[in-house]
Unconditional design. Structure first.
Lengths: 599, 584
């Protein structure tokens, strides 16, 4: 709840004014029965038609003023709810962007998107409803009680007795409903999963003739959902009958007390009508409240899920301890800016002295993914000199990408240290570090826009010449020619480009930032041998330290050093020729690819 | 217009079909709702009578009051009970119909031709089964009771008012519909605002999809600040639209409430005048009842206007759900013979096939693969390699000619018995979100632990599976801990466990590194001996050893022969071979 409240903070005024105007409106409504009592006790008793007419016009006037109050309240409620919704969405977006790779893996893309979209929308609706109606109900209920005291203290005791009972019923039902509706949501997720799987996996399911099994499984989940829905429905259905009984029992008590008071001459008949009117108002209010329970219940559970994301600590930024609320990476980075300028220059100064200075060093690095059993990397130790090309090779799941991901600190080493320019990556502000590292991921993701807008991701300030130079190095000039130059359209995910075109553009994007360290994660797999070779030559000329992850020994054969990974261990380290002599695994890999054709 | 009307009738007929088994409950709901309405409406009248027993000091009829209290108590109890039972009946109908609809929709998915599933986005079909079905149940079934109770309450109130004093009934009758008009007016005005809101929302969602979907790239390029700026822009424009839509749509209640207060004042005026004019024959208690009625009167109006707005949407959802349920199924194979364990001679005779009538794909294709032989299919992208697999597995049916196994037309045997004879590994791996064990044993659910582990070892998955947090009981799925290559190895192990007489391998090792592939190769070779194999691959070694290579282009087999024959022929195969495999 604390996140929602803090999101509402900038709409404090609106969030306060909305219920306040509701209060005004409710007050007017509460005066109505008094006016009616006057009509009966004064107007009807004396037969004064003019007085009755006047009082009825007063009622219409109350209605009109009430309309004004109510519209004002709705406006402020909408502003507060929409504003808080936007604020919440904004904070979530920032928080998600600050997530570390581990958190991204753990949370999952679809969950993150659901939190940002449907969950926040539910919360927004909930806030709006709560401000408009949820607070109105207590006003009316307690207001009615106050008015009853004004009319007659003795009769008002009936109100005092009934209100706690009503509150107990409403809250008990609501408290019982929240977990029940959460359960419904869980079961619905299961049904959704079954449905989606049977569409995505239709070929495999049919090939293995699993249709009946899958149907049984679906029936099971569907049945569980049905049971959960019925339980929640049964419980929610209790509110109306229970409150109806309680209020009407109070009516009987009230009429009886009223009879005694009138009999004693302490009260008029009109007053009894007024008191009855107050009880009726309470009942109407409670029915509205009961209809709201489902909406609010849903909003509360969505709010909890959103809150969980917001509670997560974003990626820790090195120099600055995260400060309370907006603990995400961005704010910490801004704070880090002043210091990092000095830091960066210190790094380069340190480097100047050594002629062949080291770019990256791994010191006995071990890394374990959160929740994954065995370490993905164990005791990896090596040094890469500036300007070198380092090949990384190994089987599926041997830890090649993991190793590369530790350099820009996408993940943090579990044991040991990763150093860039002699400095522990944990001590370099994340943004500074990543500015100097160009990563070309395995999955060549481009974004909707133009080729230019995609390349500018590398460096927003790059000139036309710099962009074209990067394109040239990445061997992507023909892509530009085919797509109409830098301003050629790129569809979402780059769907209008072939795999090879996408790969070369993502390489160009990385080059635009003129990185000191370039990581190519199997990113030339869709290129033919000739282009791949030209690309490697061009990259060497840029002078940056290149980490080249590949499955093919031919791609790493010309590297200054090759790291051979096997199940997360460094199985060999050296040049192609050395490894062919010394490393059994490397030899096997090489033979599996070139063995047949090496004459 | 006529078309949509007929469509609507069809939808309502569909609703009726699903309601039929719950006819008894439906009758109960209606009867109980009437009891609820009647008994709860009578209460204010009785309270009015009770108030008439309290005229003034010393003029209170306690005896009559006691009797009235008993009657009121009985009515209240009856009303509460029937209201509760109505909800139960109603829930029963709504949730059971929903479950029935989902059950049928799911069964339909299992029987839909691949042609339909391939042509629709998964999300689209899933949203029909999940969201549309729910909207239909909420809007049409729960809405129905609300609508029915609402109308009954309105009619009942009018009748009672009429009995009390017909002039009052007329006042209420003529003023109240104003609130309906007001509600409708506001709804039509807010429609555009809601549309703008959903447009703004769609734009934002697309952005979220793209950026959160590729969050790792965003972070690699420290593009967070730019994204934030763009997001804030989208968020602000959404906020603007949302504020307008939310506010204007929320004016309905205050406006109808105002109209209600006018009704209330009018009833008070006319009622009070009547009390004076009739000299108390229309009593003060009657006036109290009338006021109470007019107070409760707008609630059903509000509900009805909400329900009607919802109704339209629910009907549209229902028609989508029924369209899916009524979709044509793949031709039934009931009564077809079982294929039994095949030898594996596969022939395509004069086969023609196309995905759409306008674009011809395969025409008069003839291939014979003798039992136990190995056929490799090669060719440029889009030449129809995958289509051949679709035809072999009978995911699609040929439009001309025939596919036979052991001389039997595949359309004359059951799909199940045909597919039992095939083992398939596709490039696009798919794992069910369940344990590794269940995924492995998918084709042979009754296999022993030893068999499973033997297959896992042969496919080189045993070592990494045992390193997973819960070993064979680790839950895997499409998203998650496994790499693409590991998934593909699991799919291979899955087939190694069944040992069917025919194999289809569509780029089955494309994500596996060459060294591991080599290790798996032996097991693969063992698996393939004596089995008819169809192999789509771009690695030379797999193709070279094939008994027959089918070279496809634009849907047709343009060359057929062994590796040497085809190289000698110097045609398309030789060209492909040079382009793809020759070293630079």
């Amino acid at each position: 709840m604390k996140h929602l409240i803090s999101c509402l903070k900038s709409y404090r005024k609106e969030a306060a004014l909305a219920p306040l105007f509701k209060l005004f409106e409710a007050t007017l409504e509460l005066i109505v029965p008094l006016v009616v009592a006057e009509i009966v006790d004064v107007g009807v008793a004396s037969g004064d038609r003019a007085y009755i007419l006047k009082m009825c016009l007063v009622l219409v006037g109350f209605g009109l003023v009430g309309l004004g109050f109510s519209l004002t309240a709705q406006y402020f409620a909408a502003r507060a709810a929409v504003g808080a919704g936007c604020e919440l969405r904004g904070r979530l977006f920032r928080k998600l962007q600050s997530f570390s790779f581990t958190q991204i893996d753990e949370t999952g893309t679809s969950t993150m998107i659901t939190r940002m979209t449907s969950d926040v929308n539910q919360v927004q609706t909930g806030v709006n409803m709560a401000l408009r109606l949820f607070l109105r109900s207590p006003f009316i209920v307690f207001g009615a009680m106050a008015m009853a005291f004004y009319v007659d203290r003795t009769a008002a005791l009936v109100f005092v007795a009934i209100i706690p009972l009503l509150a107990a019923v409403v809250f008990a039902v609501m408290a019982a409903c929240i977990p029940l509706y959460q359960r419904v949501q869980e079961k619905l997720d299961g049904v959704f999963l079954s449905t989606r799987e049977n569409l995505a996996g239709v070929r495999v399911i049919r090939a293995f003739r699993r249709e009946e099994r899958e149907t049984e499984e679906f029936d099971g989940r569907n049945g569980e959902l049905l049971a959960a829905q019925k339980r929640a429905g049964r419980t929610a259905a209790l509110t109306n009958p229970l409150t109806f009984v309680l209020v009407n029992l109070a009516v009987i008590a009230l009429v009886y007390v009223g009879a005694l008071r009138v009999d004693a001459g302490a009260l008029g008949q009109g007053d009894v009508i007024a008191l009855y009117g107050y009880l009726s108002q309470i009942l109407v209010e409670l029915v509205k409240l009961a209809n709201l329970i489902v909406t609010v219940t849903k909003a509360v559970s969505c709010q909890k899920r959103v809150g969980k994301v917001l509670d997560a600590e974003g990626e820790p930024s090195a120099l600055i301890a995260a400060d309370s609320e907006s603990a995400g990476e961005p704010s910490a980075l801004i704070a880090a800016d002043s210091e990092s300028a000095g830091g960066a220059s210190a790094i380069s100064a340190a480097g100047e002295s050594a002629g062949e200075r080291e770019a990256v060093r791994f010191e006995h690095v071990t890394f374990r993914y959160a929740g994954g059993g065995a370490p993905a990397l164990s005791d990896v130790d090596f040094t890469a000199k500036r300007g070198q090309t380092i090949g990384i090779i190994g089987g599926t799941g041997s830890g090649k990408s993991t190793l590369a991901h530790l350099i820009p600190r996408f993940y943090t080493a579990t044991e040991g240290r990763v150093l860039v320019d002699g400095k522990d990556v944990g001590e370099i502000p994340v943004e500074r570090l990543r500015e100097r590292v160009g990563v070309v991921p395995q999955k060549a993701a481009l974004f909707k826009g133009t080729i230019r807008s995609n390349l500018l991701w590398g460096n927003g300030a790059a000139t036309e010449e710099e962009l074209l130079a990067a394109v040239k190095t990445a061997q992507a000039e023909d892509v530009l020619a085919a797509k109409g130059g830098l301003d050629g359209e790129v569809a979402q995910e780059g769907k209008n480009l072939s795999g090879g075109q996408r790969q070369r553009l993502t390489i160009a994007r990385a080059l635009v930032r003129k990185p000191e360290i370039l990581i190519l994660d199997d990113s030339s797999s869709a290129l033919d041998y000739a282009t791949d070779a030209r690309l490697r030559r061009a990259l060497r000329e840029t002078g940056c330290t290149v980490f080249l992850i590949s499955q093919r020994t031919a791609s790493v054969a010309h590297a200054d050093a090759v790291l051979v990974l096997d199940d997360g261990r460094l199985a060999g380290k050296g040049t192609h020729e050395e490894l062919l002599r010394t490393c059994e695994i490397y030899r096997e890999i090489d033979q599996s690819q070139n063995g047949g054709k090496r004459v | 217009m006529n078309g949509t009307k007929r469509n609507r009738t069809g939808t309502l007929a569909g609703v009726a079909r699903y309601l039929k088994p719950y006819g008894g409950y439906l009758v109960c709901t209606i009867v109980l709702a009437l009891v609820t309405v009647a008994s709860s409406l009578i209460v204010p009248y009785l309270v009015g009578l009770a108030i008439d027993c309290i005229v003034g000091a010393g003029a209170v009829d306690y005896g009559r009051l006691g009797n009235l209290f008993l009657t009121i108590g009985a009515c209240v109890f009856a009303a509460a009970l029937s209201q509760w039972l109505t909800s139960l009946c109603n829930n029963k109908i709504a949730y059971h119909v929903l479950a029935d609809v989902r059950r049928d929709a799911f069964r339909k998915i299992e029987k839909l031709p691949l042609r339909y599933i391939d042509a629709h986005a998964y999300g689209e079909i899933a949203s029909v089964v999940i969201t549309d079905a729910e909207q239909f149940s909420d809007g049409l079934l729960l809405g129905f009771t609300q609508l029915f109770t609402g109308v009954a309450t309105i009619v009942g109130t009018l009748v009672l008012l009429f009995l009390l004093r017909w002039q009052l009934a007329l006042v209420v009758f003529f003023i109240t519909p104003l609130s309906l008009f007001a509600a409708k007016f506001i709804a039509s005005r807010t429609y555009t605002m809601f549309r703008k809101q959903s447009e703004a929302r769609a734009e934002q969602t697309a952005f979220i999809d793209e950026m959160i979907g590729n969050l790792k790239v965003v972070k690699a390029y420290t593009h967070e600040d730019e994204n934030e700026a763009r997001f804030d822009e989208l968020n602000a424009s959404l906020g603007k639209c949302a504020l307008r839509a939310t506010f204007f749509s929320s004016t309905t209640n205050p406006v109808t409430r105002f109209i209600n207060s006018v009704v209330y004042a009018a009833v008070a005026l006319v009622g009070a005048f009547t009390v004076i004019a009739t000299g108390g024959a229309f009593s003060v208690g009657n006036l109290a009842s009338a006021l109470s009625y007019s107070n409760q009167y707008t609630k059903p109006f509000n509900e009805i206007s909400e329900v009607i707005a919802e109704f339209q949407n629910a009907l549209a959802c229902a028609s989508r759900v029924f369209a899916l349920i009524d979709e044509e199924e793949q031709p039934s194979d009931e009564g077809n013979a079982e294929l039994g364990r095949a030898h594996g001679e596969v022939a395509l005779r004069d086969v023609s096939f196309s995905y759409s009538p306008e674009r011809k794909l395969i025409e008069r294709m003839n291939v014979l693969v003798p039992a136990g032989k190995r056929a490799a299919i090669v060719g440029p992208t889009g030449c129809g390699k995958t289509t051949v697999i679709n035809l072999l597995m009978r995911f699609y049916d040929v439009t001309g000619g025939s596919v036979t196994v052991d001389g039997k037309d595949v359309r004359s045997v059951t799909r199940s018995s045909l597919r039992e004879n095939y083992g398939m590994v596709l490039q696009e791996t798919w794992l069910k979100r369940t344990t590794v064990r269940e995924n492995l044993c998918m084709g042979k659910p009754d296999c022993t632990e030893e068999e499973m582990i033997a297959a896992a070892k042969a496919a080189h998955v045993h070592s990494f599976v045992t390193r997973l947090p819960q070993g064979y009981d680790t839950v895997v799925g499409d998203e998650g801990v496994l790499s693409q290559g590991q998934k593909q190895l699991l799919c291979i192990a899955r087939v190694m466990l069944c040992l069917p007489p025919m194999l289809i391998l569509d780029e089955a090792t494309s994500s596996i590194d060459t060294r591991t592939e080599r290790k798996v190769q032996d097991a693969f070779a063992r698996l393939m001996t004596g089995r008819t194999c169809f192999i789509v691959a771009h690695r030379l070694s797999t193709i070279e050893n094939a008994d027959v290579i089918l070279v496809m282009k634009d849907g047709n087999v343009v060359e057929q022969g062994t590796h040497e024959e085809l190289l000698r022929a110097g045609g398309l195969y030789a060209e492909l071979y040079r382009a793809q495999f020759a070293p630079v």
